[in-house]
Design a protein around this ligand. Structure first.
Ligand code: 1HN
Length: 355
């Protein structure tokens, strides 16, 4: 190798000496990091990951043996992105976990700035209370805990109930904007009949007077699977199949037609038997919960192509801007959620349909 030109060597030395001298003053040269700061395209540190229910269910069982829901406050196994261990994050902006509540247990009342969704994975009959109203959980129900609303969960039936929690924890942490407090009672007082929110907002109608009770969040806090599944079923009979998504619907806030939660958009989709989807990518990384049936997710990113063969109750994450292709030989239903509403509010959401 040739020795560096003396002039070049002097320049390098002068630069290094500048960096060294100014570093104690908390100064960094942009030109050394510019490329990484504004990459030509998204370069998520996240990796695709799969949690097979059959493999992880025993850990939930063991969690149920070593700690009560009350002691834990929330007995949850966090689905951590393998590339973000220790950060309680499934993507850079989202948190996901599987929560277990056993017969007779209560997860005590509290509230926080962070918004939560629940997607019921196993068991029927536990309840969640939100703002004085209980709702009973059934597999496939999508339930919202709006920001800063009191919420507690309980199980008064004789089977274990497990659900997927999706929260905007990393986003709120990023903004340093989170508050939380504990309720004075273990379970909040019930002040409205079960179904009161559905009666007002669940039939494509809304009260003539009154404001949105939860601000930017949907006033409908339970979206029963029976209804959403029926919507997909009717869609399948009447609408053309989308070559990328199959039949895919977004849950909506009935008062606005927009996202039910300001920070998270949930979706439900059906891949009919024999579906062989086209590849696509989006800037919103997404968490998937397999509701019914089985299928295959092909995810292609910087780490190379991956294939996840999934079945009901499995969960997987697709990072931002990695290519996803879905297949199902026998048909399946998928629930998913992402930070799309935030990206759309910022005008940065991007989708690319490849073929
Ligand atoms: C929370 O309040 C729940 O209410 C679940 O069930 C998971 C993760 C972090 C912070 C709060 C719940 C949570 C959480």
């Amino acid at each position: 190798m040739n020795a560096p030109h003396p002039a070049a060597a002097r320049t390098t030395e002068a630069r290094q000496s500048l960096y060294r001298d100014m570093s104690p003053h908390h100064l960094t040269p942009l030109w050394e990091v510019l490329h990484a700061l504004v990459p030509p395209q998204p370069a998520s540190p996240c990796v695709p990951a799969l949690w097979r229910y059959q493999q992880i269910r025993p850990f939930l069982q063991r969690a149920g043996e070593v700690i009560t829901a009350e002691e834990a406050v929330r007995r949850v196994l966090i689905l951590e992105n393998p590339a973000l261990r220790g950060q309680s994050a499934v993507t850079q902006s989202l948190y996901a976990g599987l929560q277990l509540i056993l017969p007779g247990e209560v997860a005590p009342s509290h509230r926080h700035t962070q918004s939560a969704l629940r997607f019921i994975v196993e068991g029927t009959g536990a309840y969640t209370s939100v703002d004085g109203e209980r709702t009973t959980m059934h597999p496939g129900d999508f339930i919202i805990t709006p920001s800063w609303t009191w919420h507690d969960h309980g199980n008064e039936v004789d089977e274990a109930v497990v659900w997927l929690d999706g929260l905007d924890i990393p986003m709120i942490r990023f903004f340093d904007a989170g508050f939380a407090e504990n309720g004075s009672a273990k379970s909040q007082a019930v002040t409205r009949a079960e179904g009161a929110s559905f009666a007002r907002y669940g039939y494509n109608m809304a009260p003539v007077r009154g404001d949105a009770p939860f601000g930017a969040t949907s006033p409908l806090f339970s979206y029963p699977y029976e209804r959403s599944r029926e919507a997909l079923h009717q869609l399948e009979r009447s609408a053309p199949l989308d070559a990328w998504d199959g039949y895919k619907l977004r849950y909506l806030n009935p008062l606005t037609g927009g996202t039910p939660m300001p920070t998270i958009q949930p979706f439900l989709q059906r891949l009919p038997a024999g579906f062989d989807g086209q590849p696509g990518r989006q800037t919103d990384g997404a968490v998937y919960s397999v509701v019914e049936g089985a299928g295959t997710a092909y995810i292609d990113g910087p780490a190379g192509p991956l294939r996840f063969d999934v079945e009901a109750r499995d969960h997987f994450v697709v990072p931002s801007w990695q290519t996803l292709r879905l297949q199902s030989a026998t048909g399946c239903v998928l629930f998913s959620f992402s930070d799309r509403p935030v990206q759309q509010a910022l005008g940065i959401h991007k989708e690319e349909r490849l073929a």
